[in-house]
Structure formats: structure tokens, C-alpha cells
Design a protein around this ligand. Structure first.
Ligand code: ADP
Length: 189
């Protein structure tokens, strides 16, 4: 089964949809943001290294993220496919992945910027990087600068699929599910 990449700005619903897709298709949901926050919570050496970067809404170094991904993909639960949420976030990460693994199916969650800002302002996950407007704007800038170019990259590779991310949690999930089924990304049986 092909790897699935969920692409979209902060606040586009990647976390919510990622969890649903993973549960529905019984594949692991690999969120680099969640993995990094977990390191911070557990006070690991990696957590120490990335805490300030996370709190400031900046991207952590590519090499660290690609190491985390490489370790994660060695686990047996990834053998039948997996879903990335928050990875790749830079062109270098995308190219590293393609060089070592395979071309993924990419789902872009399309949500207008004013809606994204409204959602982040409303969400209270106790995430320090959601608390301050300045940090949130910083994350959106990082997205525009480093991650948005992936849209063109995957479009040229013929891997990009756009989904309207404003149809509600169920409506959006339905579109993604139909898309993945139509592409026969998921091999049943
Ligand atoms: P959001 O979807 O709201 O942007 P995430 O949970 O995906 O939040 O990521 C939170 C933070 O973790 C990012 O702001 C960034 O600091 C770091 N991060 C997550 N994934 C990556 C990645 N692939 N490359 C670099 N930094 C990352």
C-alpha cells in the first residue's frame, strides 16, 4: 500500500483527519509534531534540543525529522502502509523521502487562511505553540515559506489530490475516504 501524506497549513485539520483515516484504514498515524511534543513531555535529549524551536513555532532541522521518520518506519506496524501528518514539511524532507522510500499519495487539505487563523484561535489543546498569536502567525509564515512549495512539487510529480477542508469533519473525511478508495491506495483483503 502506498504511503499517504496529509498536506495542509497549521489549523487545516490534519490531526483530526489523520486520526480518522488511520482508524478507518487501520494504518499507523505518524505525526511528527506529536512525536516531537512527546519527546518534550518525556524530557528526552531530543526534547531538550527541540523545545525552544517548537515553542517559537519554527521548524526543527530536517536531519532530526528524517532520522525520527526512518526509525519509526522500521517498526512492524508500518509494513502495510502508514499516514504522515506534518511530514514532509520542506522540499528537502520530501526529496529525502522519495529517494529512500516511494512516491506517496498526497492529500492537500484546502482551507482559506482566514478560516485557519480563526480555528487556531479557537482551539485549546494546551499547546504552548497555539497560545500566542505571534507564534501562530510565525507557524503560518513557516508554512508559506517552506511547506507551501511542496504543493507545486507534488503537483508536478502527479501525486497531489486536493480536498476541500471546509466541509466539516465528517464531510471532509468522506471526501478523503472516497478519494483513497478510488485510487485503490488501500488494498483490502
Ligand atoms: P501544526 O499542524 O499545527 O503545524 P504540528 O503538530 O504538525 O502542528 O507541528 C508542531 C511543530 O512541530 C511545528 O511547528 C514544528 O516546530 C515541528 N515540526 C513538526 N513536523 C515537522 C517537520 N516535518 N519538520 C520540521 N519541524 C516539524
Amino acid at each position: 500500500m502506498m504511503p499517504i501524506v496529509l498536506l495542509g497549513s497549521p489549523g487545516s485539520g490534519k490531526g483530526t483527519q489523520g486520526a480518522r483515516i488511520a482508524r478507518h484504514f487501520a494504518i499507523p498515524h505518524i505525526s511528527t509534531g506529536e512525536m516531537l511534543r512527546d519527546h518534550v513531555r518525556r524530557n528526552t535529549i531530543i526534547g531538550h534540543c527541540v523545545k525552544e524551536t517548537l515553542d517559537n513555532g519554527l521548524l526543527v532541522p530536517d536531519g532530526l525529522v528524517t532520522d525520527l521518520i526512518a526509525w519509526r518506519l522500521r517498526e512492524a506496524d508500518c509494513d502495510n502502509g502508514y499516514l504522515f501528518d506534518g511530514f514532509p514539511r520542506t522540499l528537502d524532507q520530501a526529496q529525502w523521502f522519495y529517494a529512500h522510500y516511494e512516491q506517496p499519495v498526497v492529500v492537500l487539505l484546502d482551507v482559506p487562511k482566514d478560516e485557519v487563523i480563526r480555528r487556531i484561535a479557537n482551539r485549546r489543546e494546551g499547546r504552548p505553540d497555539d497560545a500566542e498569536a505571534e507564534v501562530v502567525l510565525g507557524r503560518l509564515r513557516e508554512y508559506d515559506q517552506f511547506t507551501a512549495p511542496l504543493i507545486g512539487y507534488y503537483e508536478r510529480e502527479g501525486a497531489l489530490n486536493r480536498v476541500d477542508g471546509t466541509l466539516g469533519i465528517e464531510g471532509t473525511f468522506d471526501c478523503i475516504r472516497k478519494l483513497l478508495e478510488a485510487k485503490e491506495v488501500i488494498a483490502y483483503g
